[in-house]
Design a protein around this ligand. Sequence first.
Ligand SMILES: NC(=O)c1ccc[n+]([C@@H]2O[C@H](COP(=O)([O-])OP(=O)(O)OC[C@H]3O[C@@H](n4cnc5c(N)ncnc54)[C@H](O)[C@@H]3O)[C@@H](O)[C@H]2O)c1
Length: 322
Amino acid sequence: MTVLVTGAAGFIGFSTCLRLLASGKQVIGIDNLNSYYDPALKNARLAQLEAFPNFTIRKIDIAVDDLLTVFTAFEQRSITEILHFAAQAGVRHSVMMPFAFVDANVRGQVAILELAQRLPALRHIVYASSSSVYGRNAALPFRETDRVDQPGSFYAVSKRAAELTAECYHHLHQLPLTGLRFFTVYGPWGRPDMAYYLFAKAITEGRPVTLYEGASLGRDFTFIDDAVDAICAVMDLPPSDQVRILNIGSNVPEPVARLISLLENFLGRKADIQMTPRPSADVEYTWASLEQIQQLIDWQPATSLETGLEQFSRWFLSYQHS
Ligand SMILES: NC(=O)c1ccc[n+]([C@@H]2O[C@H](COP(=O)([O-])OP(=O)(O)OC[C@H]3O[C@@H](n4cnc5c(N)ncnc54)[C@H](O)[C@@H]3O)[C@@H](O)[C@H]2O)c1
C-alpha cells in the first residue's frame, strides 16, 4: 500500500508527506523542483522527507515525462492512493505566464489521470483545486454548488479545467476522485510567493508592505495542520459513485489588515503600509462554506489565525537565520 504524492517538495505536498510518513505509510513523491520560487526551500523540505526510509522521490516533470515508465511494475501494483498537488500556482503569475499553467495544471492533470486508470490497486485520487475557481462569485460563503464560470484569473481557469477533466475521467473510466478547493493555506515551511510570507519578509527587512485597496474585506485563511488533517481523512474515504469537490477553509474570513498587525506583533517590528489599487486578477473576498466536508468527516479547523501566524513567524525567523 503506497501513496503517490505529486508536488512532494511543495508546501502542502511536503506537509502531507510528513504526516503520512510519520504514520508509517509508504510514500513515493514526485516533484520537478522548478524555480518558480527558491528551490533551496524545496530542497530543504525534501531533505526532511528523505530522512524517512519509507520515502522515495522521483524528480520528474508530470507535464513532460512519460509517467508509466517512471514506476516499476511492482510500484504500479502497490499504489493505492494518489494525492495530486503538483501545479503551477500564483494568481498574478498566471496573468504573465499562462502557458506554464496550461502545462502543469491542465496537461499535468491529464497525465496523472492517464496514469491513474492503469494502476490496478488504486482506490482514490485526491487532487488540489482552489478557492480561486469561485472567481467573481458574489454569493457568500462560497459553496461547492455555486456557479464557477466567472474566473478572475487564468490560474482559476486552469484549476476549473482540472476539475472538469476529473469529472470527464470519472465518467469515462469510473475513477474515484475528490477535488479539494483550498482557501489560502499558510504556516511553517509555507510558500514565499504568498501574501502572508511576502508581508513577513517586507516587515523584517524594513521594506514597505503593499496592501490592496479593498483588502480590508476578508480572506479565509487555513492553517496547514488543519488542511493536512482534512486531506488525510478524505483520502481514506473514496467516493463510491461520484466526483466529489470539497472546500478546505476555515469558514472565518479575516481582514488582511489584521493579518498584518498579527505579523507585526510576532515579528516584533512595525509595518510600513502602502496602499495600492487591487490588481484585477485578485478576488476581493474569500469565505468557505464547510457544510459539504463536515457531512463527510468530523473536521473542524482548530487553529486560529493568531496561533497559526505565531507558529509561522517562529519558523520564518529561524529559517531566515539558518
Ligand atoms: N497554498 C495554498 O494556499 C493553495 C491554495 C489553493 C490551491 N492550492 C493548490 O494546492 C497545490 C499545492 O500548493 P502549494 O501551496 O503546496 O504549492 P507549491 O508551489 O509549494 O507546490 C507545488 C509543487 O509542485 C511542483 N511542480 C510544479 N509543476 C510541476 C510539474 N510539472 N511536475 C512536477 N512537479 C511540479 C513544484 O516544484 C512545487 O514543489 C497546488 O495544486 C495549488 O494550486 C494551494
